[in-house]
Structures are given as structure tokens and as C-alpha cells.
Design a protein around this ligand. Structure first.
Ligand code: NZQ
Ligand code: ZN
Length: 383
């Protein structure tokens, strides 16, 4: 196992009717900005519930954080936070709202041009914030990562900092009943790929992390298709919600190598062609696994055996069968695994490669050997 330093300060309140507990989690004299997305928080009544639990505290609402939150919109929130001396942020939504809130938390007190945060500038302070999660997928509710898009540059870039862990996150599975099927499926696939990014690399004898990762993957494989036919089942929703959090809260990622190439290539596809985050991952991952088969051989065989229970055939046949099962799982969730499903062809592949190069994404993967040529091979295989 590799050395590691594990820190996760986010308090989780999980279960039915937990929004009421916000009152005990936010300072009683806080000046709060509630940040949310387009319309779902208002329509579903979650926003009202949150406001009720905040009681008489000073509240400002900031709505309109879009899926794949933009720097342009978030900077408007930053201006309001500064003007109104807001001292606590509360995100109500999915990964986009929580990621956006993390950026606002850092940007509002940043000395300099906040876009530099996405360009690697050091964040030394951030405002306190909490979240109410309404879409299980990204793990943002219990991690220190955020991904922000600058529309004018078609750039979608991540930043991480320990100061942007939420102080608390409320996870009430009943709040996910209103999700459209597309977002439910996206959440399952996003969580699945978060796990493979930390598991399908090379072995370092991290037995606990491996078994955790395999258990989480199997839970998604079992419950993903079920939630589509039993959307009202509380237990399925609850388990999917906790899987998505566990997939990216550090637990399975400590002491092991990480890949993240699927995500970095996927971010370019979202920034350029507005394909949902999870859908880009379903396109890239199977092709990436084919192209990196040699480097990932041992873990792919372990994946085939322990996750898919494939026990016959040569090593290569078992690996190919595991990749085929992965693809079939995504397709069964209603998510396409080819660029052609989005009318993209070889000419678009070149555009993606240019953007990867522009963003310095030319040494990706656990070995840093996914360069432009290999990314081109991956995307070409994904056509
Ligand atoms: O905008 P509203 O009207 O609220 O609708 C949202 C949005 O359109 C809707 N929604 C959310 N909760 C709902 C609901 N609709 C009905 N009922 C509810 N309970 O769902 C739509 C998608 O929401 P979004 O937040 O964009 O989805 P998701 O949670 O998948 O977040 C995706 C973003 O997270 C980033 C992605 O890149 C992308 O920008 N990621 C963040 C990560 C992190 N912080 O660690 C890791 C991930 O890999 C990912 O990159
Ligand atoms: Zn993701």
C-alpha cells in the first residue's frame, strides 16, 4: 500500500427528514446565502424546507447555477456575497450546485483574479458552507474537489483544496424521488467510474480499498437497473445515495494509484459538446480500458473475477469480457457508449485533442503515459 494522509471533516446527516437539522448545524447569527440550480429545488419544495429550518436567520437566495457550473454565473454570486457580507453558504442541489458553492467559498475571499484558482493558484482561505444533496452522483458532498466551466474559453477545469470540504451535508434519499430517469442513470454511471478511476490501475496490495471498491461496484451493478424499474423504493435510493458518496469521499482512494484520464477527457467533451458529465465517461472508459489493457492487466483480471465473476477463457478473453460487461451495464442504464450517438466523428476527435493539449492534459493516467496520441486512439476507438 502507498503512504497516505487521510482527512475528511464533513459531517453527514443521512436519512428521512434530516433537513430540519440544518438549524443545529448553521451558526444562529449567520448571514446565509442559499445557492441552488435552475428550478428543481423550488419546484420540489426542498428550498422551502431549507428556508424553514433556517428560521429567522438573514437569508439571500442565489439561483441559476447551471449543470456544469460556469465561472460567469458563479462570479455573480461572489459579487453578492461581498456586497451583502454573507458569512455562510448553503448549497441545495446536485454536484453542480455544490461544486459551484465550493468555488464561491474560495473565490469570495481570494486575493486576486478568482479564475487563477482553476489555473492552480493556491487557495489559503475559504468561507464555511454546507450542502443539501438532491442528486447522488459526484461525491462532491463529502470531498474537496470542484469542477468549474469558463464558457467563454470552453474550458472545464478542476481544483481541489482541503478548505472546501463542506462542513456538513444533508443526505435525505426521499429528496431524490423527483429526479428524472436520465439524472438517476447519470448518477449511477458517474459513481461507477469514480470507483474505476481509483481501482482499475495497478496492484499495490491495498486489500481494504480493493474490497471496498469491489463491493461498491457490485452494489451499483445490482441496484442501478433496479432503481429504473422501482423508482419509488426508499431502500434502493438510500443505498445508491451512500454508494455515490463513498465512491469519492477518499475512503477507497487512499493508499492507491489513481487514473482520472477518463474524467479529464470527458470534461473536454462536456465543455465542447455539452454532453452530460456521466455520459462522457460512458463513452471514454470502455475504450480507455481497451487501449491501456497491458498496463492495467492485473487489476482488469481481478475486476473480471471479483466484480463480474468471469472465470472461463484466456486472460485476454476474460479482460475483453469484463470490458464488454461494463459497456453493457452502461447501455442497460440507457447511456450510450459511443461518440456517434452524439453525432461526433473523427474530425471532432481532433478538436478534443487540441483542447486537451491547450489544458496541459497530455500526461494522463496512473502512469502519466496517456499522451495526445493515446487519447486520440481512445477517442477513435470510442467512435
Ligand atoms: O438545475 P436544477 O433545476 O436544480 O436541475 C438539476 C440539473 O438540471 C437536476 N436536479 C438535481 N436534483 C434534482 C434535480 N431534478 C429533480 N429533482 C432533484 N432532486 O439535475 C440536473 C443535473 O444536476 P447536476 O448538479 O449538474 O448533476 P450532477 O450531480 O451529476 O453534477 C455534475 C457536475 O459535477 C461535476 C461534473 O463535472 C459536473 O459539472 N463533478 C464533480 C465532482 C466532484 N466535485 O468531486 C466529481 C465528478 O467527477 C464530476 O466531475
Ligand atoms: Zn465524475
Amino acid at each position: 500500500m502507498l503512504n497516505f494522509n487521510y482527512y475528511n471533516p464533513t459531517r453527514i446527516r443521512f436519512g428521512k427528514d434530516t433537513i430540519a437539522e440544518i438549524d443545529s448545524l448553521v451558526p444562529s447569527d449567520a448571514k446565509v446565502m442559499i445557492l441552488f440550480g435552475g428550478s428543481s429545488a423550488r419546484k420540489t419544495g426542498t428550498l422551502d424546507e431549507v428556508k424553514q429550518s433556517l428560521g429567522n436567520r438573514f437569508i439571500v437566495e442565489f439561483d441559476g447555477i447551471e449543470p456544469n457550473p460556469t465561472y460567469e454565473t458563479l462570479m455573480k454570486a461572489v459579487a453578492q456575497v461581498r456586497e451583502q457580507n454573507i458569512d455562510f453558504l448553503l448549497a441545495v442541489g446536485g454536484g453542480s450546485v455544490i461544486d459551484g458553492t465550493k468555488f464561491v467559498a474560495a473565490a469570495a475571499v481570494f486575493d486576486g483574479e478568482p479564475w487563477d484558482i482553476l489555473m492552480g493558484a493556491k487557495v489559503t482561505q475559504a468561507m464555511p458552507f454546507g450542502s443539501v444533496l438532491t442528486l447522488p452522483a459526484t461525491g462532491s458532498e463529502m470531498n474537496n474537489a470542484s469542477v468549474v466551466t469558463r464558457k467563454s474559453l470552453q474550458a472545464k477545469l478542476p481544483f481541489r483544496n482541503d478548505l472546501v470540504y463542506p462542513q456538513f451535508s444533508i443526505l435525505d434519499p426521499t429528496k431524490t424521488f423527483t429526479l428524472p430517469e436520465r439524472q438517476v442513470a447519470n448518477g449511477v454511471v458517474d459513481a461507477f467510474v469514480h470507483i474505476t478511476e481509483q481501482y482499475l490501475t495497478y496492484p499495490v496490495n491495498a486489500a481494504v480499498q480493493d474490497r471496498f471498491a469491489e463491493g461498491l461496484l457490485q452494489t451499483l451493478i445490482e441496484l442501478g437497473p433496479k432503481v429504473l424499474v422501482q423508482p419509488e423504493d426508499y431502500d434502493i435510493r438510500a443505498n445508491l445515495m451512500w454508494v455515490a458518496t463513498m465512491a469519492l469521499n477518499g475512503t477507497i482512494g487512499v493508499g492507491v494509484p489513481h487514473d482520472w484520464a477518463t474524467h479529464m477527457i470527458g470534461h473536454e467533451l462536456t465543455a465542447l459538446y455539452d454532453i452530460d458529465h456521466a455520459r462522457t465517461l460512458a463513452i471514454v472508459l470502455p475504450a480507455l480500458l481497451q487501449c491501456t489493457k497491458e498496463a492495467k492487466r492485473e487489476k482488469l483480471l481481478q475486476y473480471a473475477d471479483r466484480v463480474w465473476h468471469i472465470s472461463t477463457g484466456t486472460d485476454d478473453e476474460r479482460i475483453d469480457a469484463a470490458i464488454a460487461k461494463t459497456k453493457a451495464f452502461f447501455e442497460a442504464m440507457g447511456i450510450a457508449t459511443h461518440l456517434s450517438a452524439y453525432d461526433l466523428d473523427a474530425s471532432h476527435v481532433e478538436t478534443v485533442i487540441k483542447q486537451l493539449e491547450l489544458h496541459g492534459m497530455v500526461a494522463l493516467g496512473e502512469h502519466g503515459n496517456i499522451d495526445s496520441a493515446m487519447s486520440r486512439d481512445i477517442l477513435t476507438l470510442a467512435l
